[in-house]
Ligand binder design. Sequence first.
Ligand code: C5P
Length: 220
Amino acid sequence: RDQLVVAVDGPSGSGKSSVSKEVARRFGLAYLDTGAMYRALTWWCLDRGVDLADAAAVADAARELPLDQGTDPDRESVLVAGTDVGEEIRGARVTESVSAVATNPAARAALVARQQEVIARSGRRIVAEGRDITTVVAPDAHARILLTADERARMARRGLQNGGTPDAEQLHQQVVGRDAKDSTIVNFTEAADGVVTIDSSDLTVEQTVQAVIDVVVRAA
Ligand code: C5P
């Protein structure tokens, strides 16, 4: 079948993971969560006691990371050296440190290369989501989307994911603080040339999925 690469970028809590997975299902595409790769690398560094301020050590860890990540949108799996880290990489420990790892240029280069390999191995039939997919990882994607949402909506969504009764300050740090740190790495707040912005603040997941599907259909 024809190639179809869909690139989705956006801040935390924009809904990009749920939406990207559902779009992958509807089109029968593979799914790549690049944030999970940065999280897996962070977990691996913390597990091995790598000093996150040691740029060379973090870059080495990125190149050596024994990562096995599934690309089935219905069965997410993230294994590091055979250990299932799917739960732990979503926890506060990893979330608080992931931006520090993601600011390492050599580590990013190593992960971007892996992401491009995953896209090639899918036969270029994949939805890939993150912060720099439309600009760095797959600027040649058929459909390129920036999924945004205002702060209120992003905090509410992240709060629900955390179980509904989050510590307000911690939640604000996890969403707004992390986005501020991530913004120093890559620009995911403004759409690059040719990238379509979808604001999901007042849309349901299904409405957002439809909006993305419209962009994909127009691009195909
Ligand atoms: O998307 P998610 O919130 O799981 O991403 C976790 C972290 O990984 C982000 O906060 C960011 O620091 C980093 N990241 C990145 N580039 C990507 C995807 C994620 O720098 N393409």
